[in-house]
Design a protein around this ligand. Sequence first.
Ligand code: GDP
Length: 425
Amino acid sequence: MAVIAVVGANWGDEGKGKMVDFLARDSHFVVRFQGGSNAGHTVINDYGKFALHLLPSGVFYPGVTNVLGPGVALDIRAFAEELESLTQRNVPVPKIAISDRAQVLMPYHKQLDEYEEERLGARQFGSTKSGIAPFYSDKFAKIGLQVAELFDKDVLRARVSHALEIKNVLLEHLYRKPPLKVDDLVDELTAQAEIVRPYVTDTTKLFSEALKEGKTILLEGQLGSLRDPDHGIYPYSTSSSTVAGYAAVGAGLPPYAITEVLAVTKAYSSCVGAGPFVTELTGEAGEELRRRGGDAGEYGAKTGRPRRVGWFDAVATRYGCMVQGATALAITNLDVLGYLDTIPVCVAYDIDGHITKDFPPTPLVSKAKPVLKHMPGWKTDISSARSLSDLPKEAREYVEMIERETGVKVKWVSVGPRREQTIRI
Ligand code: GDP
């Protein structure tokens, strides 16, 4: 039995999708426990290349049950479209279970997300406009809708009427948009209920039984430590917790059930959206890293936006591993750095002349300048390496440097986006 949380140690886009797709082969369940269809987990396997937004990255194995836990923002239309897009590309119909306690992302959540970014103009956060911030605000303001409530007409109508009392004030008076009608929304949600009906179940009970039977469960995080609302670069954070501690809550498992926290870090840094990013590279050096990064350049898998890129940030990643409680590390995209003579790495921050290795709160991160050290490059293509001994000495030293700086044992090194391009350390 193993319960492994696969979570991001950076800003997201670390290659969690690739690692989950790889590890899912030996798992019974893969679970999304937070976030919604704003994810963009890239998976490349024998079926082709996919960007998974809401579905867990275990959907390519017919034997794996893919679970959307209570902590997820369930966009039912996006769910149906994504599922169909898989089967259209010859992926066998995956096993899926949706928690009856998950909440439904309403059509107005997406509208409000869009209108708010529009209202903020230059001050906007770079939201994917998937409705995530309005969804989680409503969940905690107790005007959200649980999946189970979709199946009781009276409850559904009462909940929708209650929510629209507030939403229509915002729509009409803050955003100057037409109000929504209760009947229209009830009709739409009644149709959505039928889409998910076959998958809805008590996933908490399912896991309780799975644990007794010694099953293996992967908990797939979305984004990374630095986008966590409590621990990340607030307010440039997402609206649900991205840390392994929350995985137990969002999936519906006891905290002590988690046997491994596998933090995923890129061998360099990348970040989508606004907020301080200490090692950011601009100009030609940035263009080159962006062009060479990931499987086809560093462009958002959800939005297609160019990602901001920079050198590996040991300060941010050590902190990212610490808040995850990482017990093991996966380093991805090591192959990308094979073009450099020397590889700069940020080992400390200089904040107004004060040198620190500790990652501070956002206002101080914004002032930080990177203190760089230079590692020798390996200047060769390592994408066909399959064991540590296949890696050049300089690449092994780079891996050791990350292990030393983070204080977390490296378990996997990824040297390409495909499943098989993975080295067990
Ligand atoms: P996720 O959201 O954490 O799953 O990460 P994304 O899929 O958004 O971004 C990771 C990018 O890196 C994608 O383009 C992946 O195909 C790519 N990728 C993952 N691992 C590797 C690797 O080891 N080498 C290379 N070159 N690309 C990788």
